[in-house]
Design a protein around this ligand. Structure first.
Ligand code: AGP
Length: 615
């Protein structure tokens, strides 16, 4: 996730901004930059790489004086990580300079218009388009920066936290927020701007957090002026006195990155379908698919290669693709696929799924598939990662950096992307009527709110976790779309709490695992209303008669299972194929709480790495 830092006051801006960027490194990034104004000239330095690289480059390249400046750590969404695409960005005149965290969805159409008006662009970023739109508005409307920013932002669609200043008016910085965080530190004759309070907490604990669609004109010697971007209404700054320490700020006030990332899922899913799921227009826009639709439509099968949680997302995709798009799918562990001399032809499409984009087995599987003529499509979370560069095309999940080793938001955003692809192919193949397709788009757009609802079960899940935290074994059962969720729930528990856990298709119990059931065996059963519900209820009864302890994940309002299970956790109702996006939530929370209660290192579990870049 990008990080922004800014300063205007009486001190030297450089050390404050540089240290502030270091404080934001935890957010994950691939490049960094800084712009300073020394009273006459703006000096700008930026680079692909780490803040340390920026420090070395700045200190050898530009004067470091000036009490006005902005800095940025970039997590690439548009344009690969390189020096030119790094922020800050100048406007064409060189008067304005901007930093931005977010995504401008309609930047291409704006860029086309600006090019017609003679603007030129160095980078591939949406941010450089935004700063030149602001410049064009400022010139055409003959208004000051603050007003130009407001008019420009009413023309863009997307998410942003921006800071921008004009060297012609160096006593102010203008900031604005929609969908990405932005905090203003209020000092004595000085102001700080940042994505969170960590860059300025040592200078002041008085902060204003902008609300969505709010902007502020921060002028030295004046009170900050807040206004609503849409209707110019004055907003009144609510100054908060922060009690957080640095570590708490990095985790957003959560005890662990994993819990923070579990709670980020509504936003992460929304960011992943942002600009792709166009419900009003009744379409799904994915350039990586649009440009290769022929290959997918003519594929004799789709082979999915992945590892771990990403493999579980692939299993969900198998159900979705075959159920909705009627395309044959095989899901392969990349580590097996790469060595078993698989039959691959040019009629195959391979989808490689990887959060990190660096998993060695998956990378090797991709290379093998390409050598044998298959078209390979990547679903990654890290822009410019090895897998993203190795595949023929792809689509990024916009989950933001996932710091916790245990994948959570990666899983749900991967399923989101794979659902978009399956729906798009189903529509292209004529498997869906317009109305049915629109129903699906609408329900997918409702998912972030339903995930938020599922998260409300957290207090109940914590109580249940306390009951089972000392278990030595655990079984997870699911049918249909929820069978992969059972596998994923078991993986979550074993990798962070070190309890042995297994996931099974519920119907498979009678072929052996039911021998394990006794009063010491907790069994988590996903028993949502959609898909073989009555059969799962029968499985629950079989477990109950053998004294197994039953934790059931049910559709809200289901009282039938409540009478059978020892514990019931509700999730909202949704379409059968979208159920995994909800049923996985309580399982993530359950594994998290049990691990915490067992004193495990939740974010860095023993023996595990976040990205397995070796065999
Ligand atoms: C899941 O919680 C683990 N972090 C692990 O299984 C992970 O999913 C696997 O290593 C694949 O990683 P990738 O998605 O980055 O390729």
């Amino acid at each position: 996730m990008c990080g922004i830092v800014g300063y205007i006051g009486y001190r030297e801006a450089y050390p404050i901004i540089m240290k502030g960027l270091q404080r934001l490194e935890y957010r994950g990034y691939d490049s960094a930059g800084i712009a300073l104004y020394d009273g006459n000239q703006i000096y700008l330095s930026k680079t692909k790489g780490k803040v340390e690289d920026l420090k070395n480059k700045s200190e050898s390249q530009i004067p470091l004086n000036g009490s006005l400046g902005i800095g940025h750590t970039r997590w690439a969404t548009h344009g690969v990580p390189n020096d030119v695409n790094s922020h800050p960005h100048y406007s064409n005149s060189g008067d304005l300079v901007i930093i931005h965290n977010g995504i401008i969805e309609n930047y291409e159409s704006i860029k086309t218009e600006l090019i017609k008006r003679g603007y030129v662009f160095e980078s591939d970023t949406d941010t450089e388009v935004l700063v030149n739109l602001i410049e064009e508005v400022k010139k055409k409307e003959n208004v000051l920066l603050g007003h130009a920013v407001q008019i420009a932002l009413n023309q863009v669609v997307g998410a942003y936290a921006i800071a921008v200043f004009d060297k012609q008016k160096p006593d102010e910085i203008v900031v604005a927020k929609l969908g990405s965080p932005l905090a203003i530190g209020i000092g004595d004759k000085e102001f700080f701007i940042a994505s969170d309070a960590s860059p300025f907490i040592e200078f002041t604990n008085n902060a204003v957090y902008l609300e969505d669609e709010e902007m502020a004109i921060i002028r030295l010697g004046k009170e900050i002026k807040l206004r609503k971007i849409k209707d110019d209404a004055i907003a009144y700054p609510m100054i908060q006195e922060l009690q957080l320490n640095l570590e708490e700020i990095e985790k957003g006030g959560y005890d662990h990155f994993m819990l923070k990332e579990i709670y980020e899922q509504p936003r992460a899913i929304k960011d992943t379908y942002r600009g792709r799921l166009l419900v009003d227009q009744g379409l799904i826009k994915m350039s990586g698919i649009d440009q290769n639709l022929e290959k997918f439509m003519n594929a004799q099968r789709i082979i999915i290669v992945a590892c771990g949680t990403s493999w579980h997302a692939g299993l969900v995709a198998e159900y979705i693709f075959e159920d909705l798009a009627r395309i044959p799918v095989e899901v392969e562990y990349a580590s097996e696929f790469r060595y078993r001399n698989p039959v691959i032809t040019s009629k195959d499409v391979v989808i490689a799924i990887s959060q990190s984009g660096e998993t060695a087995d998956t990378l090797a599987a991709i290379k093998l598939a390409k050598e044998r003529g298959a078209f390979v499509f990547g679903v990654c979370n890290v822009v410019g990662s090895s897998i993203a560069r190795e595949t023929n095309a792809g689509a990024y999940t916009h989950a933001g950096p996932e710091i916790g080793v245990a994948s959570t938001k990666a899983f749900t955003t991967q399923i989101t992307i794979l659902t978009l692809i399956a729906l798009k192919l189903a529509k292209a193949k004529g498997e869906f009527s317009e109305s049915r397709f629109h129903e699906y788009l609408t329900e997918l757009e409702n998912i972030p709110a339903k995930v938020s609802k599922a998260l409300e079960a957290n207090p109940l899940v914590e109580i249940i976790a306390d009951v089972y935290k000392d278990s030595e074994n655990c079984l997870y059962l699911g049918r249909g779309y929820n069978f992969p969720v059972a596998l994923e729930g078991a993986l979550k528990l074993k990798e962070i709490s070190y309890i042995h856990a297994e996931g099974y298709p519920a119907a498979e119990m009678k072929h052996g695992p039911i021998a394990l059931i006794d009063e010491h065996m907790p069994v988590i059963v996903i028993a949502t209303k959609k898909g073989h519900y009555e059969k799962v209820v029968s499985n629950i009864q079989e477990i109950k008669t053998r004294k197994g302890k039953i934790i059931a994940i049910v559709t809200e309002g289901d009282d039938q299972v409540r009478d059978l299970a020892d514990h019931v956790i509700e999730v909202p109702e949704t379409f059968e194929s979208l159920t995994p996006l909800l049923t996985t939530i309580p399982l993530q929370l359950l594994s998290y709480h049990i691990a915490v209660m067992r004193g495990c290192n939740v974010d860095q579990p023993r023996n595990l790495a976040k990205s397995v870049t070796v065999e």
